[in-house]
Write a protein that binds this ligand. Structure first.
Ligand SMILES: C[S@@+](CC[C@H](N)C(=O)[O-])C[C@H]1O[C@@H](n2cnc3c(N)ncnc32)[C@H](O)[C@@H]1O
Length: 324
């Protein structure tokens, strides 16, 4: 029997929106595809595999901070709070928090990858039988509502994984400002923010030797074939990851391995050898740079935890009252 609970809301891109975004992205200069389309069930599985790679220091460093600082983190989140997680994926890191939280009022995991989210919720219900879990299947870059039966309690958002790095700085500011409005003045945001470091470490993290990140990057092409009947061979695009020092971001691209035509939605897109599709950015921050970004979104940094090598940070931000 399928024991997965229904999700509170379904507001994820449908096939028409996916097609529209693909045609708009491939028609633009430079050519782009939105990174949210990496994540169907296979994309989420590949992302979980990335998290276990030696090169991907982000997950194990953030988990080490969560484990070492669990008591302090739980004190900041506070008693009887509603925990709202953006891009919860497998909720693996959340378990480290939930294990230490004092009587959480509810947990609201939000993710675009429906099956993966609902599978994670089944596992969480088994582990925390008395916790109110209210999953929301949504594209968090679009408008969506929180569950109507959300308890009226202090709200704390959780946004780990340095997923904030996938937004360009102005988009990141606008996104954080939306979270500030959601948690309301005095509410909190516990966020994982990856820090600037040497190019070699950064590029290896997004281009592992075993090719898992390459498969993750190509998954958007695989989805175009399966869901949009696109005529293309994903294997004729190579994966690259490069640190762009001037912009402070790692860029992932898919590079055409020859002359080819991609046909999707009745439109032909011609590629010469070496032509690129830009699929993801991962912006990296300094602690000061992120504090400025957060301040512009209405958040004050209350506490920062880092690992001894200052590779990654977890930060607790408090939402300020809106300016009149
Ligand atoms: C980089 S992964 C991080 C997963 C997990 N939070 C962690 O820290 O390991 C990004 C997560 O956000 C979800 N996601 C990406 N774009 C999204 C969007 N636009 N709306 C909702 N969820 C999204 C993905 O499905 C994935 O679970």
């Amino acid at each position: 029997m399928d024991q997965r609970p229904g999700a509170a809301i379904e507001s994820v891109p449908d096939t028409e929106e996916f097609l529209g975004d693909v045609i708009a992205g491939l028609s633009a200069t430079p050519r782009t595809l939105p990174c949210k389309y990496f994540y169907d069930q296979e994309g989420s599985r590949l992302f979980d595999a990335i998290c276990d790679l030696d090169e991907y220091y982000l997950t194990r460093t953030e988990i080490a901070i969560l484990e070492a600082e669990s008591g302090d983190l739980a004190r900041h989140v506070g008693e009887s709070s509603v925990l709202i997680e953006y891009g919860s994926g497998s909720s693996r890191k959340t378990r480290l928090l939930l294990d230490h939280l004092e009587s959480p009022a509810a947990y609201v995991p939000i993710d675009i990858s429906r099956e993966h989210l609902l599978d994670a919720v089944v596992r969480l219900r088994g582990r925390y039988p008395s916790l109110r879990i209210l999953p929301v299947v949504a594209d968090y870059t679009a408008q969506f509502a929180l569950p109507r039966d959300l308890p009226d309690a202090r709200r704390v958002a959780f946004f780990p994984g340095s997923t904030i790095g996938n937004f360009a700085p102005e988009e990141a500011r606008a996104f954080l400002a939306r979270i500030a409005r959601t948690v309301r003045a005095g509410g909190g945001l516990l966020i994982g923010v990856d820090l600037k470091k040497d190019a070699e470490t950064l590029e290896a993290a997004y281009d592992d030797a075993s090719g898992v990140t390459a498969a993750f990057n190509r998954n958007v092409l695989v989805r175009m074939v399966h869901e949009l009947d696109a005529e293309l061979d994903p294997e004729r695009f190579a994966h690259t990851a490069t640190w762009n020092e001037a912009e402070g971001r790692v860029e992932m691209h898919l590079v055409s391995e020859g002359r080819q035509v991609v046909r999707v939605g009745g439109v032909d897109f011609r590629f010469e050898p070496g032509d690129r599709i830009w699929t993801e950015s991962s912006y990296k921050y300094t602690l000061d740079g992120f504090a400025r970004l957060a301040a512009g979104a209405g958040f004050r940094v209350e506490k920062v935890w880092t690992d001894p090598r200052q590779r990654f940070s977890l930060q607790y931000l408090v939402a300020s009252p809106p300016l009149r």
